[in-house]
Design a protein around this ligand. Sequence first.
Ligand code: COA
Length: 177
Amino acid sequence: MEIKTFEPSCLHGAKEALRSAFYHENSSALFNEWEFAEKLPASDGYLPELCVIASDGEKVVGYNALTKARIGSAQGLALGPLGVRKEYQNTGIGSALVKECVKRAERSGFPWIALLGGSYYSRFGFESGKSYGITVSENAFDNEHLQILFLDESVRGKISGRLVYCDAFYDAAGNLL
Ligand SMILES: CC(C)(COP(=O)(O)OP(=O)(O)OC[C@H]1O[C@@H](n2cnc3c(N)ncnc32)[C@H](O)[C@@H]1OP(=O)(O)O)[C@@H](O)C(=O)NCCC(=O)NCCS
């Protein structure tokens, strides 16, 4: 297994990996997380070096992206989508994708990474945004899932407000996808 920077030639494989990770027979037709692999490269928040894939030979088996984001006026990054092909899950690939992106973000000098997600992320140092007054919408469920990792400890406690993703994560009416 190898972690590499995403390239346009990997797009089909990246979408398939995300589809395998996120698709459920009973999920809503509106739920299409894998489309982000295509939308992100055209978005205003795309950072090519911070978009990575995991491959097993020629096969793309995982995907993770960090894109530009802000909380209030503070610039940072948002993580996601992160997905690993079903048959490759629980073999360390998700962890490798997160750690590689965190390393690259640190190297690039970004002060924080935020995301919407579950308990998986605490192992990497992500913590709830609640005590810092960080929100993402009016929706309490979304806000419960907002997590942040401080790469620059000096900004801890100094950042609060609404997390705003790059344009690819909103529909035409401005709702978070
Ligand atoms: C979540 C996901 C990216 C993890 O990647 P992975 O390669 O399977 O995970 P790893 O092998 O790095 O880590 C396995 C560990 O994570 C735990 N884990 C896996 N998915 C988890 C989840 N959704 N919530 C909490 N813990 C999770 C496993 O129980 C295992 O724990 P252990 O180390 O204590 O045994 C992957 O399972 C996936 O693509 N899931 C579907 C899509 C998804 O939920 N993406 C994240 C959106 S927020």
